[in-house]
Design a protein around this ligand. Sequence first.
Ligand SMILES: Nc1ncnc2c1ncn2[C@@H]1O[C@H](COP(=O)(O)OP(=O)(O)O)[C@@H](O)[C@H]1O
Ligand SMILES: [Mg+2]
Length: 212
Amino acid sequence: MLITFEGIDGAGKSTQIAKLVHFLTNEGVDVLTLREPGGTPAAEKIRAILLDNAHKVTPVGELLLFSASRAELVQEVIKPALQEGKTVILDRFFDSTTAYQGYGRGIDLVLLQSVISIATCGITPDITFYLDLAPEEALKRKFAKSSIPLAFEREELDRMERSGVEFYQKVRHGYLEILRQNPDRFVSFDALQPVGTLHQQITATLKERSLF
Ligand SMILES: Nc1ncnc2c1ncn2[C@@H]1O[C@H](COP(=O)(O)OP(=O)(O)O)[C@@H](O)[C@H]1O
Ligand SMILES: [Mg+2]
């Protein structure tokens, strides 16, 4: 069983994954949680390159680095875990590539699809929970706990996060296109709802579909 979470930074993916892991573990499910990019020693090094502000990375370079990290994770960790019957919960998977590098950076979606197929070995999530949030709201959440002025805060943002609000609007539009094209697999929730409400909606959806 493969469950993935998607949405822009600040949408609440980590929060919901932690609650879901707790819930499923209590139900006796054998859960493995992973995040992209990263998850193997080589993939973690690729992650560091992708997020480092010291590097300028071209859109195609970015696509291939994310995909290289994914290929490592799929072959070394995800595939073996799925074969052992584990439930794998992934914080981001190939929909992030479509939304960020496709719709966000403007890479041709057909070309991008073939790179995705190579990196994933054809593995598709059983269900994807998409937490939909406006980029402005995500930014507000990011700075909510900080007393440092926004201008200084920006130095704390990583390379992807510095891409700007217009980029994130394109990414959100991309996610909504993915939703239109995958109405069964891709389940969208309004991320402005309270944490507990979202958690209930997520577990109810899994139950409805007999996914645990
Ligand atoms: N439903 C929610 N309502 C309000 N704040 C939330 C909600 N879910 C998460 N948050 C807060 O928003 C911030 C980002 O959440 P996080 O789970 O880290 O998002 P992501 O992993 O998608 O970047 C955190 O401070 C978190 O406590
Ligand atoms: Mg997170």
